[in-house]
Design a protein around this ligand. Structure first.
Ligand code: GTP
Ligand code: MG
Length: 732
């Protein structure tokens, strides 16, 4: 069937097919010898297509170079037509040839789902223009190229890499066919994306004090507006609906993922953009109220991310800290202890103060970022307790990207510290350190936890400090910006008061954790630029017709009663309420973590990853970016064509690597090689990436917080980077 599509639309499919072919050929040598790889391959192909074939016994496929018997009208391996004119003269023979091929060999699940309807007579394809899939007597699809495009590629820029999938899994290291752990997480956590929380707006008061995502405390309702394809539509595609046979279970995430971008209905009328012509940023003048240094009576807000390997004790540390500061009542603590014991998880009692969903408590792991508050002498601290488990790194990125500073919690016990450092596999102590540094965090407290497990040993502490210190330095942390604190969260040792255990006292007389937090330098606040509030979470109140968004103001300021622009939809909204740590206030400035109640906006237009902006200075919305990246410790090289997940602040989108523009010399930062074919661990490069969906973004030079990017593939962060250029700005 793929062959038939090639016959009908060879040029279109050629475009999808080609980039992966170059990569695959270059590596495997199965399809083309290595001398024919590289960018010149397109031209080679074209000239070969025009060349008459000389060997009377065999013909060579112009695409995959497979030697075919003359009786084959299309390539046995990839289905490409030998000669288009032959097809029209000899349709039935061509069809027979196509049928002879094993229908599913090497064809991706996606390709199968797209083309299944051509072979399943009972299922008609409804095209986006409303026309049906008509067939002539020979059974050939008589859809126009345009109709096919409109149906399967709602956006012209959309890229479905059928070629990759066809050339298949075994040859290609980054398998698009296989759901990545990130896909699993996406699917597993659908509630956070596809279910909108329904709550009285009053409840938004609690929103920032509870989970930022998936709080589990709110009544949920399916938000079909987020799902472009209903299950009925999926059925029309011949795909899977909710009742998937078990043997096809692995299909679901891929289809789900792909179908999110397919629309079989005419596009819903989007509300007219209300954006005026964007003004130049140089014209922006901050209003006096934004520049007021700080309200005298208010402490500065410090967004503090708690990160580290799974089970290192992050949530226990947060719970213990809050308890020691009197922010958890005795009664509440007693309740946690009793319930945790009943569930056989007695040691997690303090962690329950942060892990409040049933799932998290039953599994004993944090899955989403929890937010709590406490005060030190200098700061009003927003505590962001991140999940440490590998599967939830995407959630960690979304939450901890707001951090001004971080506490990296490491488990000092023998074997556990080593696991976090990735002695066997990639440890999250390393991954989180790299990520947190890429978020722009410069000041780090390393909490060497569970010292009770190692007899409060000075030697063990020094060993951890030495090993981890080398790595942190390699991430770009300065020695002078790292504070090392030995402690035991469980035993409340060295948290809010000086160490009391004689074994620790004998060699440590530095600051306790609370003092170390208070000693962090004040974070920089960008109040001189127009408002940017990236949306971390959305809380809608259907009853009151209001909606609230949560997030950290990254630039400028926001005031009640003012108008703001909601991007990427372009809606204008009025700020009704602002809440900081559950108490309402009239204004917030850069650095504040707030919940904002908005009026006059369609709740469906507020999405996590969107940005609330100054009405005259909208954020950029782009689908193609130039990034400067640093490749992390990967084992498989990154090749042109790689499909990956791109994270930019709270936005998360599928993307593909279009070009590696240049390799950078890490010492000079200058281009050392143009257009390399692949990237390996620790290399720096400038790359061109194409996104499946538009995202709100800024160039790093304009606003750092919105110009940082993280590339994830196969469940791991493969590279971190910054946006150097917006290559393709969307017209909103
Ligand atoms: P994730 O969020 O899932 O990554 O885990 P976490 O880092 O939040 O760890 P959590 O707080 O859930 O604690 C994991 C286990 O470590 C629990 O059984 C805690 O009781 C235990 N633990 C935490 N701190 C200490 C400590 O100081 N000493 C000892 N002995 N155990 C601790
Ligand atoms: Mg935890």
């Amino acid at each position: 069937m793929v062959g038939i599509l090639f016959l009908l639309f060879p040029r279109a499919l050629h475009g999808w097919y080609e980039p992966r072919l170059e990569d695959t050929c270059g590596r495997s040598g199965n399809h083309r010898d290595s001398s024919a790889t590289g960018l010149g391959i397109r031209d080679d192909n074209r000239s070969e297509l025009e060349k008459p074939f000389t060997d009377p016994g065999m013909w060579q496929c112009s695409i995959c170079t497979h030697e075919n018997d003359t009786s084959n009208l299309s390539c046995e391996l990839c289905g490409v037509l030998r000669d288009l004119s032959l097809y029209f003269n000899n349709i039935s023979e061509a069809e027979a040839g196509a049928k002879r091929r094993n229908k599913y060999s090497g064809v991706s699940v996606l390709a199968r789902s797209l083309f299944a309807s051509s072979s399943t007579k009972s299922k008609a394809i409804i095209f986006s223009d409303g026309s049906q899939d008509n067939r002539n007597a020979t059974g050939n699809k008589q859809a126009t190229m345009d109709a096919l495009h409109k149906t399967y590629m709602p956006s012209k820029k959309r890229h479905i890499n059928i070629g990759t999938a066809m050339l298949s899994s075994s040859l290609f290291p980054f398998k698009f066919d296989t759901p990545s752990p990130d896909d699993m997480v996406t699917t597993g956590l659908k509630s956070s994306r596809n279910f909108r929380k329904v709550v009285q707006i009053k409840d938004s008061v609690d929103a920032t004090g509870k989970k930022m995502m998936d709080s589990g405390i709110l009544q949920t309702e399916k938000d079909t507006s987020m799902d472009p394809c209903t299950s009925a539509e999926v059925d029309k595609l011949g795909g899977t609906s909710s009742s998937v046979p078990s043997s096809n279970q692995q299909v679901t995430p891929i289809l789900d993922h792909e179908l999110q971008h397919l629309s079989l209905e005419s596009k819903p009328k989007s509300s007219k953009p209300k954006i005026k012509k964007p003004a130049s940023i140089s014209e922006y003048k901050p209003e006096p109220w934004m520049l007021q240094s700080e309200d005298q009576e208010m402490r500065r807000q410090l967004n503090l991310a708690i990160v580290g390997h799974v089970d290192s004790g992050k949530s226990t540390l947060c719970g213990r800290l809050l308890h020691a500061l009197g922010l958890i009542s005795k009664k509440q603590m007693h309740k946690y202890e009793k319930e945790a014991k009943e569930k056989g998880k007695g040691s997690f009692a303090y962690a329950w103060a942060m892990d409040d969903s049933t799932d998290e408590r039953e599994r004993g792991i944090t899955m989403t970022v929890a937010v709590k508050y406490f005060d030190t002498e200098k700061y009003h601290v927003v505590l962001l307790d991140s999940p440490g488990h590998k599967d939830f790194v995407p959630n960690m990125i979304s939450g901890a990207t707001q951090a001004d500073a971080a506490i990296l919690v490491v488990d000092a016990s023998v074997g556990s510290f080593e696991a976090g450092m990735g002695v066997s596999g990639i440890g999250q102590t390393k991954e989180h350190s790299q990520l947190i540094r890429s978020f722009g965090v410069e000041n780090l407290i390393v909490a060497v936890n569970k010292m009770d497990m190692v007899e409060h040993s000075k030697d063990r502490f020094n060993f951890v400090k030495l090993q981890l210190g080398i790595f942190l330095r390699s991430c770009g942390f300065k020695d002078s910006s790292i504070t090392w604190v030995p402690l035991s969260a469980m035993a409340n040792e060295n948290l809010v008061t000086a160490a009391s255990d004689s074994r620790l006292l004998s060699w440590y007389n530095g600051n306790c954790l609370l003092e170390s937090i208070d000693s962090l330098p004040p974070p920089h606040r960008d109040v001189s630029r127009p408002l940017r509030l990236p949306i971390c979470d959305v809380i809608a109140s259907i009853t009151l017709g209001q909606v609230a968004v949560c997030g950290k103001v990254e630039a400028g300021g926001i005031r009640t009663g003012s108008k703001v622009l909601v991007m990427p939809s372009g809606d204008l909204a009025t700020v009704k309420t602002i809440e900081r740590d559950s108490s309402s206030c009239n204004l917030a400035r850069a650095g504040d973590n707030i919940a904002v109640g908005l009026q006059g906006v369609d709740p469906g237009h507020l999405v996590s990853g969107g940005v609330i902006c100054h009405p005259d200075f909208p954020v950029h919305v782009a689908s193609r970016l130039e990034l400067k990246i640093l490749v992390l410790e990967i084992t498989t090289p990154i090749l042109v064509g790689l499909q990956f997940e791109l994270h930019i602040h709270h936005a998360r989108v599928s993307a593909s690597l279009v070009k590696i523009l240049s390799l950078l010399d890490q010492k000079t930062g200058k281009a050392s090689k143009k257009m390399p074919r692949l990237l390996t661990a620790r290399q720096a490069a400038v790359v061109d990436v194409k996104l499946d969906k538009e995202v709100c973004v800024e160039e790093f030079s304009a606003l750092k917080a919105l110009g940082r990017a993280f590339l994830r593939s196969g469940g791991n962060t493969v590279a971190v980077g910054i946006v150097t250029r917006i290559l393709d700005e969307a017209k909103v």
